[in-house]
Write a protein that binds this ligand. Structure first.
Ligand SMILES: Nc1ncnc2c1ncn2[C@@H]1O[C@H](COP(=O)(O)OP(=O)(O)OP(=O)(O)O)[C@@H](O)[C@H]1O
Ligand SMILES: [Mg+2]
Length: 363
């Protein structure tokens, strides 16, 4: 069981100074209050322990309380227990060589964002993520890619290598067009693309299985990848040769357009709603929210299988859900032995879990 027990915040967005202790008998924590009281900001202050941009894709200078940008002394501390061990995590925003830096400490020793993930992961759902379900391909692909990166370092490395090698290839296309060097780079890019395509399909299959086993009663969806260039990737050499050829054929076009016309973005992705028998693009807002949660919860089961601790942050998750769907969601998240944070504008939204939750009223 992972849980935050104490929080101290100094100069984080709307919070100048804020301390909070959580009753550790509860694993469901509900923050409620009017629009603009700081519900999302509170969860956001945790999210910065997990990535560089928080819940809303902010830069470090967005964190300082407005009108107090000279007071560079943001500090967030959480006391957290995971697997019955206590940890003190702190981050401070400091200005070094006129640049803002986030310094993270675990029990007074420096630690990286990657290092933290060994102890705790923050998984979230925010209203900003709703558009993943109805807005085109790239948001969907990025969402899945991010989840894969969380559990598979080789995947993140492949993405980085792909970006580096393809940028280098475009540079060579623009300058020397050295045939030998281009050939070597295209082979590397093709290998990176192959790794990324196979890992995406493997992950989708695993997630689909988890959904089938664990989340059928919630909302069943299926993640499907496809690509116009091939139907399967079983033969690695054939696939890589196919990609090398495709890259070679696209050289002129790439040079003119200054971008990769065959790339990891050529993968098509569909979230297929099994109940409505259609892509989630055409489902209702509440159905889309449930489908998104299905994937997030399936990812949580994967983390659990890998013995990784996580805390769930559900910002406004219930706002488009009817009572019956919220009850279903509650039953699903209750199966995890971990802390779950919810936000909402009204306490009544959480009637279903009135006796099971620790309620915090922000005003
Ligand atoms: N850097 C900042 N400095 C000071 N205030 C900020 C900063 N960034 C955001 N805010 C303010 O913090 C307030 C609380 O924002 P937050 O998103 O946490 O509200 P909320 O309680 O989640 O509201 P809602 O119910 O509308 O989602 C907002 O009024 C916002 O303008
Ligand atoms: Mg909010």
């Amino acid at each position: 069981m992972a849980r935050i027990e104490k929080i101290q915040i100094r100069n984080f967005k709307s919070y100048k100074k804020y301390n909070l202790s959580i009753n550790h008998q509860f694993k469901h924590i509900i923050i409620y209050g009017k629009n603009g009281v700081g519900k999302t900001n509170l969860l956001d202050s945790f999210a910065f322990f997990s990535n560089t941009k928080g819940l809303r894709g902010n830069g470090l200078d967005d964190i300082f309380p407005i009108n107090e940008s000279n007071a560079v002394n943001t500090k967030v501390k959480i006391e957290l227990s995971a697997k019955n061990i206590f940890y003190n995590f702190i981050y401070e925003i400091v200005r070094e060589d006129s640049k803002l830096k986030k310094k993270i400490l675990l029990d007074n020793n420096n630690i990286s964002l990657l290092g933290i993930k060994k102890f705790i992961n923050f998984i979230w759902l925010t209203p900003h993520m709703d558009k993943i379900m109805y807005e085109g391909q790239s948001l969907k692909r990025n969402f899945i890619d991010k989840m894969i990166s969380q559990s598979d370092q080789y995947f993140s490395k492949s993405i980085l290598a792909y970006k580096k090698n393809s940028a280098e290839r475009l540079r060579v296309l623009k300058s020397s067009k050295d045939e030998k060097w281009l050939h070597i780079l295209e082979r590397k890019v093709a290998e990176n693309i192959y790794d990324i395509f196979t890992l995406r399909r493997k992950y989708a299959e695993e997630l689909n299985n988890t959904i089938d086993i664990k989340l059928k009663k919630f909302r069943e969806i299926k993640i499907e990848f496809s690509n116009n260039l091939f139907t399967d990737l079983t033969d690695k050499n054939d696939s890589i040769n196919l990609f090398v050829n495709e890259l070679k054929n696209k050289r002129q076009l790439d040079e003119i357009t200054k971008r990769m016309n065959f790339s990891i973005n050529s993968d098509r992705i569909i979230f297929f709603d099994q109940e409505n028998k259609t892509s989630t693009d055409y489902c209702s807002t509440g159905e889309q929210k449930s489908s998104l949660l299905t994937m997030i919860l399936a990812n949580c089961w994967k983390l659990k299988d890998n013995d990784k601790e996580f805390i769930l942050l559900l910002d406004e998750a219930v706002s488009h859900m009817d009572n019956s769907n919220f009850e279903k969601l509650f039953n699903e998240v209750d199966k995890f032995d971990t802390q779950i944070w919810y936000t909402g504008t009204n306490k009544n939204l959480f009637q279903v879990i009135e006796k099971k939750g620790f309620f915090i009223h922000l005003q």
